[in-house]
Ligand binder design. Structure first.
Ligand code: AP5
Ligand code: MG
Ligand code: ZN
Length: 213
């Protein structure tokens, strides 16, 4: 049975950081709508050009665009045994559309208070070669400017990772995305994890919650 998982939480909660560990443990591929949109922006497809204005403003991309992207992604061979969604669904219409096309077995909600979010997002950088996520203070590379995972040296920062846009991303989260906590809670699928602790501690809490299911 193809059961998928959802990693849920505010911007900067640590979804991408924890996704790698869950992929290793479960073998399910990570499906991040944010990463897919950024790839489309980088290539300059029509979808990317349309999405960029929303992303740069810290607003959500329209549901129909996102739902189309996911429906197409789920037809790929590696998605047949379920996937790990990261940053999707983000609205109730997206969750309703997902329920029509995939079975969600668990939603892991990483909770982090707003006052922690800005420092996390404004210090983030990623490896341009393999996508590994780092932080200026909380998760540094062993050698300055060199990726621990792949040895790459092209570190990148996201266009929307600045204090002005973070405010808009947080308000979009609270008004449009946070209602999903209740939505998935009512369906008995929500597992809440304390994201306001170290990266390894969050990982351990996720692992023990999944083991207890
Ligand atoms: P997206 O890329 O999904 O961004 P986001 O939800 O804002 O989340 P982030 O990727 O910023 O954070 P994260 O939780 O992955 O944190 P990370 O692990 O990197 O979306 C971007 C945009 O695309 C949206 O604004 C929207 O426009 C559009 N979009 C995407 N999906 C959409 C959808 N479904 N519908 C509509 N629009 C959509 O960690 C952050 C930093 O903190 C890193 O530096 C990391 O090293 C550090 N860190 C992680 N964990 C810890 C810890 N425990 N302690 C200390 N530091 C930590
Ligand atoms: Mg992310
Ligand atoms: Zn790398």
């Amino acid at each position: 049975m193809a059961v998928s998982m959802v990693l849920f939480g505010p911007p900067g909660a640590g979804k991408g950081t924890q996704a790698g560990r869950i992929v290793e443990a479960t073998g399910k591929p990570q499906v991040s709508t944010g990463d897919m949109l950024r790839a489309s922006v980088a290539v300059g497809t029509a979808l990317g050009i349309a999405a960029k204005q929303y992303m740069d403003a810290g607003a959500l991309v329209p549901d129909e665009v996102i739902i189309g992207l996911i429906a197409e992604r789920l037809t790929d061979d590696d998605a047949h045994d379920g996937v790990l969604f990261d940053g999707f669904p983000r609205t109730i219409p997206q969750a309703e559309a997902l329920a029509e096309i995939a079975e969600v077995g668990v939603v892991i909600s990483i909770e982090v208070p707003d006052e922690r979010i800005v420092e996390r997002i404004c210090g983030r950088f990623t490896c341009g070669d393999c996508g590994e996520v780092y932080h200026d203070s909380f998760n540094t590379t062993e050698v300055d400017g060199v990726c621990d995972s792949c040895g790459g040296t092209s570190m990148k920062r996201r266009a929307d990772d600045n204090e002005e846009v973070v405010g808009s991303r947080l308000s979009a989260y609270h008004s449009q995305t946070a209602p999903l906590v209740q939505w998935y809670g009512e369906r008995g699928l929500l597992v809440v994890v304390n994201g306001d602790q170290g990266i390894d501690e969050v990982g351990a809490e996720i692992a023990s919650s999944l083991a207890a299911l």
